[in-house]
Ligand binder design. Structure first.
Ligand SMILES: Cc1cc2nc3c(=O)[nH]c(=O)nc-3n(C[C@H](O)[C@H](O)[C@H](O)COP(=O)(O)OP(=O)(O)OC[C@H]3O[C@@H](n4cnc5c(N)ncnc54)[C@H](O)[C@@H]3O)c2cc1C
Ligand code: SF4
Length: 491
């Protein structure tokens, strides 16, 4: 659809609405509005955002596809129960500020969630329009609409009101989405809030993991700036468990409560031969070098180098694997292989990311997995030896189990291998806080209010849920903040 056709259609629909309500059939006839994107051949050579965002015409047309269902099943699909029908209706009517206010009732980071939430398995999966077309990706593009109204509000100076100072001190450990949301909500109640962050920059995975081309860092920085304008203090290069223990913060440093939001940043490896060779990275290290340390600008202002690779294999099939593969391409790799032991159907990565990766030229090697990594005499990686796989019966996760085919060994030559097979909980807090209860996977045990086994200590996000999502971390942050405010009101 051209811009002109889009504008004409919008005018026709607005005219029609003056005399008549749009019928469901009128709404079904509106073509789904694709997200404008950088051309794949161009974008693989830069780190700018791939999706460039809706125009007003795109947004209003897309919002008009919504049937404004009485029961709004999309709301139940949203982990934080945003009033989706109401904000989409506000966009259809051109009331963008109202739409954003509705979203902000439940989500403090709409510009982030509009970009990275897996809508196709959440709100959009339950959308009636998607059901009509028997395809959740054809449902109302809720995330794109959320992003549209959030971006309209960019660079706004508005700062949430903060209640009178209570004199109570709260320590927030980790500045990921969970930490940011908790800090905002407890600061609003008038408490004195300090975020302790291990890195030299805030934002957690949103900054060190998710690449610039999916989530521009300036968006996260804006949220951090709002926090500091509200009076939240941030201390960088401070590792709780090393610089100070949680116990010391609470008993010696005068903190009345704490929220632990340290994420799940411990990379997993396969335990195969060759994983310590030069040129084998965990996705975590690779992405941190590229994103947080801006290794793509090494020699032009950035201090952190990264391997200049020609042939890269990324092992895994989730968002982390897609991000690593697409980052390797942008860092100049000529060939990037994505090696995954199941099929594309079982890949946990977002459909959109898989689609983008393929468009950019990532080669998918499905039903394959490395058996060992091969190095040269200088201990540099030169190849992986893989086995082919077939799918068996479903396992505990409900996905069909990959079974190696004996004798199917083959070799892929490469100079860099990136392991993106998952992350676990970092054991540092566990090792230094014996009073805290953890489960067998090393995650902190909390009740329905995100309260831990320690008095005054709350936790949420990936350190509780295991590697999960931004919106779930945010949702837990809100629950924890409400519980902390209630706890301190009684103290
Ligand atoms: C590459 C990648 C891509 C992803 N893509 C998506 C996506 O598209 N959509 C989506 O919804 N989710 C995605 N996720 C998952 C999502 O980013 C996480 O679920 C989410 O960020 C978890 O938030 P959190 O607040 O629990 O902690 P995190 O974001 O992990 O932040 C934790 C912070 O705590 C700090 N910290 C750790 N230990 C200490 C300590 N001892 N003392 C002080 N500070 C500490 C860390 O430095 C970090 O800044 C992705 C994850 C990765 C790794
Ligand atoms: S389910 Fe879909 S069509 Fe119905 S209200 Fe929600 S977004 Fe609109």
């Amino acid at each position: 659809m051209t811009d002109k056709e889009r504008q004409q259609l919008l005018q026709q629909l607005l005219e029609k609405q003056k005399t008549d309500k749009l019928k469901p059939s009128d709404r079904y006839d509106i073509p789904q509005q694709d997200m404008p994107e950088q051309d794949p051949a161009v974008r693989r050579g830069n780190v700018n955002e791939v999706a460039t965002g809706y125009t007003e015409t795109h947004a209003r047309l897309e919002a008009m596809r919504c049937l404004q269902c009485k029961k709004a099943p999309c709301v139940n699909g949203c982990p934080v129960q945003i009033r989706i029908r109401d904000f989409v209706t506000a966009i259809a009517e051109g009331n963008y500020k109202e739409a954003l206010d509705i979203i902000k009732e439940n989500s403090l980071l709409p510009a982030v969630c509009g970009r990275v939430c897996p809508q196709e398995v959440q709100c959009q999966q339950t959308c009636t329009v998607g059901k009509k077309f028997k395809d959740p990706t054809k449902g109302v593009s809720i995330g794109r609409l959320e992003r549209y109204v959030a971006d309209l509000n960019k660079n706004s100076d508005s700062v949430p009101t903060v209640a009178a100072e209570t004199g109570k001190k709260i320590a927030i450990i980790g500045s990921g989405p969970g930490g940011i949301v908790t800090a905002a909500d407890v600061r609003r109640a008038g408490h004195d809030v300090t975020i302790f962050e291990a890195f030299h920059k805030p934002g957690g995975v949103m900054v060190y993991g998710i690449p610039e081309f999916r989530l521009p860092k300036a968006i996260v920085q804006e949220e951090i700036d709002t926090l500091t304008k509200m009076g939240v203090k941030i201390v960088y290069n401070f590792i709780v468990g090393r610089t100070r223990t949680l116990e010391q913060l609470l008993t010696e440093d005068g903190f009345d409560a704490a929220y632990i939001g340290v994420g799940a940043g411990l990379p997993r490896f396969m335990g195969i031969e060759g994983e310590s060779l030069i040129g084998v990275y965990s996705a975590n290290e690779y992405l941190t070098r590229a994103n947080l340390m801006k290794a793509y600008d090494f020699g032009r202002g950035a201090d952190t180098p990264i391997a200049l690779s020609k042939k890269v294999a990324v092992i895994g099939g989730g968002n982390v694997a897609m991000d690593s593969a697409r980052t390797a391409l942008r860092l100049g790799a000529e060939k990037v292989y994505l090696v995954y032991r199941r099929t594309e159907k079982e890949m946990p990565a977002r459909i959109e990311e898989v689609h983008h990766a393929k468009e950019e030229g990532i080669e998918f090697h499905i039903l394959q997995s490395p058996k060992r990594i091969i190095g040269d005499e200088n201990s540099r990686v030169v190849a992986i030896e893989c086995l082919k796989y077939e799918l068996g019966e479903p396992d505990d996760s409900g996905r069909r189990r990959p079974i190696p085919i004996e004798g199917s060994e083959f070799r892929i030559d490469l100079d860099t291998c990136i392991m993106a097979i998952g992350n676990g909980a970092n054991p540092l807090i566990r090792q230094t806080t014996p009073e805290l209860e953890f489960n067998k996977w090393g995650n902190i045990v909390v009740d329905e209010n995100c309260k831990t086994s320690m008095e005054g200590v709350y936790a949420g996000g990936d350190i509780v849920l295991g590697a999960a999502t931004v919106i779930l971390a945010m949702g837990q942050g809100r629950i924890a903040a409400a519980a902390i405010n209630e706890y301190l009101a009684k103290k």
